[in-house]
Design a protein around this ligand. Structure first.
Ligand SMILES: [Zn+2]
Length: 232
C-alpha cells in the first residue's frame, strides 16, 4: 500500500494529518498519515489555566467555514473534551464562529481571549487555496521550538476517510481535532506509534480500532499538563 510522503508538507512549511493515497486513485483512500506542521507562531499564550486553579484547561474556538450541522459540532466538541478529560485537562469551548452566518458586528461581539487556540474547519476549495497539504485531513501551525495556535481541519477529507474506514464522521473529526490540538500543546513533531498522536494510519487500522481506546501517551499527557501549568 502506497502512502503519501510528508515531504511536500515540509517544503511548504506545513505538516499535517495526511490521508495516504490509494493504490488506484479512483478507489477509496485506504490510509491516513499523520504528520506535523511547521509555521512560526508564538508558543506562549495558547493555553489558559482553569479559573479554579485546581484543574488545567485549554480554551479553543472553532471557526466553521463548512456550515456543519450544529449538533455534529457539539458532539465533536464533547468527544474531544473526553480525550482531554482523561489527562485531567478541561476543554473550554468558545462560541463557534460561523462566518457565513454572522455579520461583522456579531463577529466582534463574540469576544474571546487572544490565548485561545483556534480550530478552523475548511472545505476542499479553501484547503486548495490555502495550499494546505494534499490529502491532509488536518494541519496544525507550529515550528520547532515554537508551537502555534491555529489548526485546520479539512472537512471533506475527514468525511471521505470516515466513509472509507466505516467510522462516523463526527468520531473521526473528534480524533483529528484532538490530535491537532495536541500538536499545538506538544513540541514540534510529537507523534507516537499508537494512540491519539499516532502518525500513520491505514484504513485497515482505523477499521479495527475503537476510538474510545485512543489516548495520549503518558509522556505527552504530562507534557501537556506541564505546559498548561506554566503558561499564564
Ligand atoms: Zn500529527
Amino acid at each position: 500500500m502506497k502512502e503519501i510522503s510528508v515531504a511536500p508538507c515540509v517544503r511548504l512549511g506545513l505538516a499535517s494529518i495526511l490521508l495516504a493515497s490509494t493504490e488506484a486513485e479512483d478507489k477509496m483512500r485506504r490510509a491516513v498519515v499523520w504528520a506535523v506542521v511547521l509555521f512560526a507562531t508564538k508558543m506562549s499564550a495558547a493555553m489558559t489555566a482553569a479559573e479554579s486553579g485546581a484543574d488545567l484547561a485549554v480554551a479553543v474556538r472553532i471557526h466553521d467555514y463548512v456550515a456543519i450541522p450544529p449538533g455534529t459540532l457539539v458532539r465533536a466538541q464533547f468527544l474531544v473534551s473526553e480525550y482531554y478529560r482523561t489527562i485531567q485537562v478541561e476543554t473550554k469551548w468558545r462560541a463557534i464562529m460561523r462566518p457565513s452566518e454572522q455579520s461583522g458586528e456579531a463577529h466582534k461581539a463574540l469576544g474571546g481571549e487572544v490565548q485561545d487556540l483556534t480550530v478552523i474547519i475548511v472545505n476542499q476549495s479553501m484547503a486548495r487555496q490555502m495550499r494546505l497539504p494534499a490529502n491532509a485531513v488536518g494541519s496544525a501551525a507550529s515550528a520547532p521550538g515554537a508551537s502555534g495556535r491555529i489548526a485546520y481541519i479539512m472537512y471533506d477529507r475527514v468525511v471521505a476517510a470516515a466513509l472509507g474506514a466505516g467510522w462516523e464522521t463526527v468520531d473521526l473529526m473528534s480524533v483529528v481535532i484532538a490530535h491537532e490540538i495536541g500538536h499545538l500543546l506538544l513540541p514540534w513533531g510529537s507523534h507516537t506509534s499508537a494512540g491519539l498522536m499516532r502518525k500513520h494510519w491505514r484504513m485497515g487500522d482505523l477499521r479495527r480500532v475503537d476510538r474510545r481506546t485512543l489516548t495520549f501517551s503518558d509522556d505527552h499527557a504530562e507534557h501537556i499538563r506541564r505546559v498548561l501549568r506554566i503558561v499564564p
